[in-house]
Each structure stands twice: as structure tokens, then as C-alpha cells.
Ligand binder design. Structure first.
Ligand code: FAD
Ligand code: NAP
Length: 541
């Protein structure tokens, strides 16, 4: 990288910058802040009209984080960490969006972000070792490096149900919720899906709607959030110990304190086990999966936790047939464990009907509703809580071409291949924050984002110091990493079900366990070793 690159210049229609960042969620925001602080010129493009990514788009009723707010936040700035006041154990979407805007304003980020602009293509020129990035607004930017901060869960999935466009009422996707909100009072509403987004929104929609029909293909396990206002004393204690708490969390597999009990579920008495599960159920949240160390390693241990939750469903839901339908049969924690407020109890309401579409899929969407097994459900509004083309969707919706003009789509035809989930052989100078092959969605995402941003920033500083312009993962290093990612995926029960982790929710998507499940500490160590060994596995030109 040369000094002249450090100025954003407009050459005719083509702008020149050091780095283009795609996306202004937490990843893109921190990447911009970090690079700008190092003197790089940066242009960020964002499809939305504001910052916040996930929290800008997912404004459905009940949306909130399921990692505790005091941990689901940036730690790169001690002052920011001390100043910001979270109000609830699990912050609601408006508060997280306000936090994102606070960060953007505090670090004066918005001036370098072009909103309402979607990156449509990024092509690599081997002659100049630069990327040309184009957008749907006619921008054309030449950049030495491109950082894809496009998000793991940002490309929404609307299923290809027959007649979907014929519906005359209102339709919504949880991941594209209207900014002005939606009032379902006096309406007959259909929610399609029973994943985390549906499970958070259903209890609230049910309170408003005249009647709510929930179309369930696969039941999901969910545990109570026990959300509550944060006690000022607790906040003070966390803030007093923040650096140490953050450091401890980084030694744990998910980069978050799940208070994992190191004992085996199979090595304790029935009575003790029941007590532990009850304690975790009462405490609320995803630490339920930390009840015992082997819940995701041994099917027998897992079944004990699954049975406990099924018993809870039977105890809460009054109609035994509905309780049975709501009871998942698969491994608990294989799909992401959901966290709810009054989800199961909602099915006791007289205005809520559960429609099982596991054996007989939704046949058709008609102008007035949905048809299942020959029966018509007339509704005024349909909510698609049908999730995302996760991890690869946002990347593959951009026409990315590397060496020799090779499209990323071709390279990933059999599933994503990357080195460390950060870089891709054949696509020099391109980085993916929390890309497939990194711990990403299996962790508290904020520390994972920070770790990637800092690794990329250090890498660019290294190249600049060495006077180098091009860095590319070698095919051998990539192969070895992909092999390792697959090998460790096989050790746990998490790759055994039809989840979005394996791409099973998107017809035709290759079935590969996409995130790295070897744990945050092992992954960070690997990234550090790569650097310590002179960027091992990379060709630097
Ligand atoms: P995103 O926030 O997804 O931002 C990516 C941005 O890139 C988006 O704004 C998008 O518009 C933009 N973009 C994509 N493609 C383009 C393009 N071609 N051109 C221009 N812009 C583009 N994680 C947790 O750890 N804890 C939680 O509690 C949690 N809760 C979640 C709740 C919901 C409802 C969802 C959907 C996800 C949740 N996640 C959670 C995961 C969450 O996505 C991450 O925590 C984090 O917000 C991701 O930040 P990001 O910047 O990487 O991606
Ligand atoms: P999801 O988990 O993928 O759930 C989508 C739901 O839609 C599933 O129940 C799926 O059924 C159903 N579905 C899809 N197509 C269908 C069809 N044609 N007919 C009937 N049902 C259909 O998506 P999500 O709920 O948006 O959550 C995605 C991820 O985002 C979560 O796993 C989590 O990581 C994150 N998230 C977190 C929170 C939080 O608590 N903080 C909240 C929301 C989201 P099948 O299971 O049968 O495919």
C-alpha cells in the first residue's frame, strides 16, 4: 500500500480509497472506526438508511438479545463500556439500536457511511491488485482491500410457497419489519415459523390479534428468558469488574459466561439432576445448556435435558394434543436454543391456534389466507418468521469475482471454503468478518466481531509497514482449515439436525456445518499463531 492511497480521490467516476467496508452493523462500524484511526481512507456502504444491521432491520414485536446486555456490547472502548447504561437483562431492539447510534455518533462514523446503497459487485483486478466495487446507486470505487461486514443473519429467507404474491392482505418478514411498527388489533394474523424470531413475537402478537394462527413445521425448544430490569447494584458490580469479566468470558468456548457445570449429566443422581435443571429453568436464558458439560456431546445426556423441557411443556400447555405438537423430538441445542417470555402459555389462549404443517406443508397462499391439507385459514395479515439464508446468503447475493474473474458462487458451489472464516483462496485482499469457518454465530457475536476487526486491522498495518499490497490465503492452508472445521463439527451433536447452521432451511443449499465449533479460545489462539508465524498460510506479494 502506498502513501498516495491514503487519500480518497475522485478520478472521473471512480473513487479511490484504501478500504471498502460493506455493511454498517456492529462489524462494519467498528471496522471503520479502527481503520480510520490508523489513517486509512475508508468508504462504508449500507443498504439500510441507518446503522445497527440486525437491530436496524429486525424491529418485530418482542425482538431483543438473548446474550445478556452487559455482555452483548463492545469492549474496545473502556469509556463507552462505562458510560452506556443498559436497562434490562436482555435489551429490547430499540435500546440496542439506540446503542448502535450512540456508538456511531460518539466516534463520528456516519460521515463515512453511504446509506441506502447496496453493493452489487466486487471484482478483483490482478494487474493492479485492487478491487472495483459497484453499487445500485451507480458508485464505482477502486479499493486496495474489501471487508465484507455483511452479517451472518442479514439475508432474509422468504419461502417459495405457491401463490405467495396473490395475498391481498398485509405481509411482513420479521427481518424487514416496518419502522412505524404494526398494530394487529382486531386482525386475524398468521405467523409462519417457530424459530427464535417467531417465539419472541408470538406472545405479543397474540395479545393484540383477534385471532392468531401459528403455522409450525418443526417445534423448537425454548426456555424462559426471565427478563427483568437491571438492578443498579448489579450494573455497578459488573462495571467495577468489566475488564476481568470480559477476559474470563474469552477463555470460554462461546466467549460468554454460560456458567457451565463441568460435571456429566450421567454422573449424578436423578434428584440432583432435576434440581440443577430446575435451578437453570428458574434462572432463565441460554445458560440452561450449561447445566452439564456433556449435553451437546452425548445423546443420552442430551435426552435428559430434552425430557425436562418436554415435561415443562406438558405442565404449561393445557391441551395435551397441542403440548405434544409443541414438543420437539430432536436434540436440544442442536438448533439454536430459543429464549422466550410466555411462549408456551400463549397456546392456552382461546384466540391462538397451532397449525401443524410438518406432514402436510402449506399448500398455497391464496388472496385471503393460507391453505393447508385442503382447509382454508382466512387472515388479514401474514408474518413470515422464516429466517435467513445464513452465513453465506449476504455474500453470495453480491457478484464477487476473484482471480481470473472466478465468481465466489462457483468456488462455494459445494459449500463455503475459507481460511479461518476470514479470507478465501483465490480472492486476495478480501476479508469476511464472522465468515463461515469462524466461531461467529456459536458465540457472543460482539467479542467475535471485535476479534476479527482487530485481526484485519493488524494485518493491514503489517502489510503497510512491509510495503506489501497483496495478501491471499493459500489453497493448502484453506484445505487444512476446512478439514479441521468439519472434523470438529462431527464431535458434537449440533451438526445432527436440519438447522440453518447446516443450510438445511434453504432448498438446494449444500449441507455443511458452516461455523467453527472448536471454541472461541482455540480459534483466537490459531489466529494469533498464524500471525506469530509470519502470516502462516498466506501468500504475501
Ligand atoms: P449485521 O448486523 O447483520 O449487519 C450487516 C449489515 O450489512 C446489514 O445492515 C446489511 O444491510 C448490510 N449489508 C449486507 N449486504 C449488503 C450489501 N450488499 N450492500 C450494502 N450493505 C449490505 N447475536 C448475539 O451474539 N446475541 C444475540 O442476542 C443475538 N440476537 C439476534 C437477534 C436477531 C433477531 C438476529 C437476526 C440476530 C441476532 N444475533 C445475536 C446475531 C447478530 O446478527 C449479531 O450479534 C450482530 O448484530 C451482527 O453484526 P454484523 O455487523 O456482523 O451483521
Ligand atoms: P429460524 O430459526 O431459521 O426459523 C425459521 C422458522 O421458519 C422455522 O421454524 C422454520 O421451520 C420455519 N419455516 C421456514 N420456511 C417454512 C415454510 N415454507 N413453511 C413452514 N415453516 C417454515 O429463523 P429466526 O427465527 O429468524 O432465527 C434465526 C436466528 O437469528 C436464530 O437462530 C438466532 O441465532 C437469531 N435470533 C436470535 C434471537 C434472540 O433471541 N436474540 C431472536 C431472533 C433471531 P423449520 O425449522 O422446519 O425449517
Amino acid at each position: 500500500m502506498q502513501a498516495s492511497d491514503n487519500k480518497e480521490a475522485v478520478n472521473g467516476a471512480t473513487q479511490t480509497v484504501d478500504v471498502v467496508v460493506v455493511g454498517a452493523g456492529f462489524a462494519g462500524m467498528y471496522m471503520l472506526h479502527r481503520l480510520r484511526g490508523m489513517g486509512f481512507t475508508v468508504r462504508v456502504f449500507e443498504t439500510g438508511s441507518g446503522v445497527g444491521g440486525t437491530w436496524y432491520w429486525n424491529r418485530y414485536p418482542g425482538a431483543r438479545c438473548d446474550v445478556e446486555s452487559m455482555q452483548y456490547s463492545f469492549q474496545f472502548s473502556p469509556e463507552l463500556q462505562q458510560d452506556w447504561e443498559w436497562t434490562e437483562r436482555y435489551a429490547p431492539q430499540p435500546e440496542i439500536l439506540a446503542y448502535a447510534n450512540h456508538v456511531a455518533d460518539r466516534f463520528d462514523l456516519k460521515r463515512d457511511i453511504r446509506f441506502n446503497t447496496r453493493v452489487t459487485a466486487a471484482h478483483y483486478d490482478e494487474g493492479t491488485a485492487r478491487w472495483t466495487v459497484t453499487t445500485d446507486q451507480g458508485d464505482r470505487v477502486s479499493a486496495g482491500f474489501v471487508v465484507m461486514a455483511t452479517g451472518c443473519l442479514s439475508a432474509s429467507n422468504k419461502p417459495g410457497i405457491k401463490g405467495i404474491d396473490s395475498f391481498k392482505g398485509a405481509t411482513y418478514h420479521t427481518g424487514h419489519w416496518p419502522h412505524e411498527g404494526v398494530d394487529f388489533s382486531d386482525q386475524r394474523v398468521a405467523v409462519i415459523g417457530t424459530g427464535s424470531s417467531a417465539i419472541q413475537s408470538i406472545p405479543i402478537v397474540a395479545e393484540q390479534a383477534k385471532h392468531l394462527y401459528v403455522f409450525q413445521r418443526t417445534p423448537n425448544y425454548t426456555v424462559p428468558a426471565r427478563n427483568r430490569p437491571l438492578d443498579p447494584e448489579y450494573k455497578r458490580a459488573v462495571k467495577a469488574d468489566y475488564p476481568a469479566m470480559r477476559a474470563r468470558a474469552k477463555t470460554l468456548p462461546a466467549g460468554i459466561d454460560l456458567r457451565i457445570n463441568m460435571r456429566s449429566a450421567l454422573g449424578v443422581s436423578e434428584e440432583e439432576r432435576q434440581q440443577e435443571f430446575e435451578r437453570r429453568w428458574a434462572e432463565g436464558g441460554i445458560p440452561f445448556m450449561g447445566s452439564y458439560i456433556d449435553l451437546l456431546l452425548k445423546a443420552e445426556a442430551n435426552e435428559l435435558a430434552a425430557n425436562f423441557v418436554r415435561d415443562k411443556i406438558r405442565a404449561i400447555v393445557k391441551d395435551p394434543k397441542v403440548a405434544e405438537l409443541l414438543s420437539p423430538k430432536n436434540v436440544i441445542g442442536c438448533k439454536r436454543l430459543c429464549v422466550d417470555t410466555d411462549y408456551y402459555a400463549t397456546f392456552n389462549r382461546p384466540n391462538v391456534t397451532l397449525v401443524d404443517v410438518s406432514e402436510t406443508p402449506i399448500e398455497e397462499i391464496t388472496p385471503t389466507g393460507l391453505r393447508v391439507a385442503g382447509r382454508d385459514y382466512e387472515v388479514d395479515a401474514i408474518v413470515f418468521a422464516t429466517g435467513f439464508d445464513a452465513m453465506t446468503g449476504a455474500l453470495l447475493r453480491i457478484d464477487i469475482r476473484g482471480r481470473g474473474g472466478r465468481p465466489l458462487k462457483d468456488k462455494w458451489a459445494e459449500g463455503p471454503r475459507s481460511y479461518l472464516g476470514l479470507t478465501i483462496a483465490g480472492f486476495p485482499n478480501l476479508f469476511t468478518i464472522t465468515g463461515p469457518g469462524s466461531p461467529s454465530v456459536l458465540t457472543n457475536m460482539l467479542p467475535s466481531i471485535e476479534q476479527h476487526v482487530e485481526w484485519i486491522a493488524d494485518c493491514l498495518a503489517h502489510l503497510r509497514a512491509q510495503g506489501r499490497r497483496e495478501l491471499e490465503a493459500t489453497v493448502d492452508a484453506e484445505e487444512a482449515w476446512v478439514g479441521h472445521v468439519r472434523e470438529v463439527a462431527g464431535v458434537t451433536l449440533r451438526s445432527t439436525c436440519s438447522s440453518w447452521y447446516v443450510g438445511a432451511n434453504i432448498p438446494g443449499k449444500p449441507r455443511i456445518f458452516m461455523p467453527y465449533i472448536g471454541g472461541f479460545p482455540a480459534y483466537v489462539q490459531k489466529c494469533q499463531d498464524v500471525v506469530a508465524n509470519g502470516y502462516e498460510g498466506f501468500a504475501v506479494a
